[in-house]
Write a protein that binds this ligand. Structure first.
Ligand SMILES: [Zn+2]
Ligand SMILES: [Zn+2]
Length: 155
């Protein structure tokens, strides 16, 4: 079972892109794919289905909440909502992505950026907790540099 490269949850969206002859694979969970705009879980998600009463038994997430932007709460959600998610995911992987404005190469950049950001932010809050203000300032600078670095690349 592949894991989501952003958060480690079970990956359900698998993308293979070829860039400069290099094969690159992205594996994402439904939440992260939705955050990156690769799949769209929105109000249409509720409307489309006659059975609106789906509810995850483990965490209590309802179909309506999910359609209103709540994230999947547990692995059991995937089982509960799979029939609905399946459609969206299949569509996302079916080559219609460019119409939605999603460029695979760009997405992996966003993922890398997010990963680095998360790492730095963790270090930052540790430093602040330990009252290491000089170190914290250094980490803030690194975060700024990171922003610059990725903004430049996406030009
Ligand atoms: Zn994820
Ligand atoms: Zn759940």
């Amino acid at each position: 079972m592949e894991q989501c490269e952003r958060c480690g949850a079970q990956a359900v969206v698998h993308q293979t892109t070829i860039l400069n002859g290099l094969k690159q694979e992205n594996h994402l969970c439904a939440n992260c794919a939705s955050e990156l705009g690769i799949i769209k879980i929105g109000p249409a998600f509720i409307k489309k289905n006659h059975n609106r009463g789906l509810r995850c038994e483990q965490c209590g997430l309802t179909q309506r909440e999910l359609g209103n932007g709540k994230l999947l709460g547990c692995s059991s959600c995937y089982k509960t909502f799979w029939n609905l998610l399946k459609d969206i995911i299949q569509r996302a992987q079916g080559g219609s992505l460019q119409h939605d404005g999603w460029i695979p190469n760009n997405a992996s950049q966003i993922i890398n950026k997010k990963r680095e950001q998360d790492r730095l932010k963790r270090r930052l809050s540790e430093a602040v907790n330990k009252e290491l203000y000089e170190e914290a300032a250094g980490i803030r600078d690194e975060l700024k540099d990171l922003e610059k670095k990725y903004n430049k690349k996406s030009d």
